[in-house]
Design a protein around this ligand. Structure first.
Ligand SMILES: Nc1ncnc2c1ncn2[C@@H]1O[C@H](COP(=O)(O)OP(=O)(O)OP(=O)(O)O)[C@@H](O)[C@H]1O
Ligand SMILES: [Mg+2]
Length: 319
């Protein structure tokens, strides 16, 4: 029986059946890839979680499993044309925006995406994150997608007419452009936050989207005004706040440790718990705001006396 089967396989019939089977398998493979491609076009989250790699400082190259806050931000960016994120440090926002802009450019035609960063170095680093993910995509997906036409430090361009240009804000790259998306990273720290806005605003006015991200940098500056406007409805931005706990691996013990190693204003700026804290206490204020708050609790109206500092963090009212 077995000998008969081997003889049959060795015969011409066996060979052509083998070739046919291989053809069917390869066609099936193509169909599966096409179905995957379509899923990725439909769902950005699906694409990122199945095909997008990021560089993690401790774990090396890993698939981009979106954190809850990152998934929320993606939805927000999809929903609103003007989005403003006030965020704590190192919660993965540059990584997310780099992946998002790549998905837009690769899977959609005629996207003109402009990134504005604080310095040239930061603009290169932002685009490098998009390139990193692109360079680790499966070969079949790269072949199925639009051909990459331009790739240099500050630009990626595809045959579908889409491109991403990443520049320092001072070079005024948005002026005269018709961008479909402008990303402003670390807005509060741009050397020309206000002028940057003056060149972006007309872009958005004709239909483009704006994603603004930043850690706070004290109050009273342009970014603070933009944030307040977004929360009071005075401008078109939709605000989103992401505190220090916006990544699942940070808990109270992590925060306690940071508290011990940073000055209060630094902690409030880099790792705020509330938007108020982010703005009021950040930017190295002249007064110790915790102490002022403590003092306010001890003041008794109608009585005269003085506040005595009993320790670095405590005061008492004395007559
Ligand atoms: N979902 C994720 N899972 C694991 N690691 C992540 C995830 N998202 C981002 N990271 C990693 O977190 C680190 C910080 O990311 P990123 O620089 O994007 O954060 P950021 O919020 O822009 O930080 P900064 O406040 O310094 O600008 C990076 O090493 C990145 O690879
Ligand atoms: Mg960043």
């Amino acid at each position: 029986m077995r000998g008969g089967l081997i003889r049959l396989l060795r015969s011409g019939i066996g060979k052509s059946a083998g070739i046919a089977a291989r053809c069917v398998m390869s066609r099936l493979g193509e169909l599966r890839q096409e179905a995957e491609w379509r899923k990725c076009v439909r769902s950005e989250k699906y694409f990122l979680e199945h095909y997008w790699y990021i560089a993690h400082p401790a774990e090396g190259r890993i698939l981009f499993r979106l954190r809850k806050a990152q998934a929320e931000a993606l939805e927000h960016w999809g929903e609103y044309r003007y989005s403003l994120s006030l965020k704590a440090r190192q919660i993965g926002w540059t990584t997310l925006v780099a992946a998002h802009q790549f998905w837009l450019a690769f899977f959609h035609a005629d996207q003109n995406i402009i990134d504005l960063s604080r310095t040239e170095r930061e603009s290169v680093l932002l685009l490098r994150k998009s390139k990193y993910g692109f360079s680790h995509m499966p070969r079949w997906m790269v072949d199925r997608g639009p051909k990459s036409l331009i790739e240099h430090q500050q630009k990626m361009g595809f045959a579908n007419g889409s491109q991403i240009t990443s520049m320092p804000s001072a070079s005024d790259p948005a002026r005269g452009e018709s961008a479909t998306l402008v990303v402003v990273d670390e807005w509060a720290f741009l050397p020309n936050a206000e002028e940057a806005w003056a060149s972006i605003e007309p872009v958005a006015d004709v239909g483009g989207r704006i994603i603004g991200l930043s850690t706070a940098n004290g109050s009273g500056n342009f970014f603070h005004g933009l944030w307040v406007g977004s929360t009071t409805g005075a401008n078109k931005f939709e605000p989103m706040f992401f505190p220090w706990s916006a990544t699942e691996d940070r808990g109270p013990a992590w925060y306690e440790e940071k508290k011990q190693s940073m000055l209060p204003w630094q902690l409030a700026q880099e790792y705020p718990t509330t938007p108020e804290e982010a703005f009021v206490k950040s930017g190295n204020p002249v007064f110790d705001l915790d102490l002022l708050e403590e003092m306010q609790r001890h003041v008794r109206f109608g009585e005269s006396g003085y506040l005595h500092r009993v320790s670095a963090r405590a005061v008492e009212f004395r007559r």
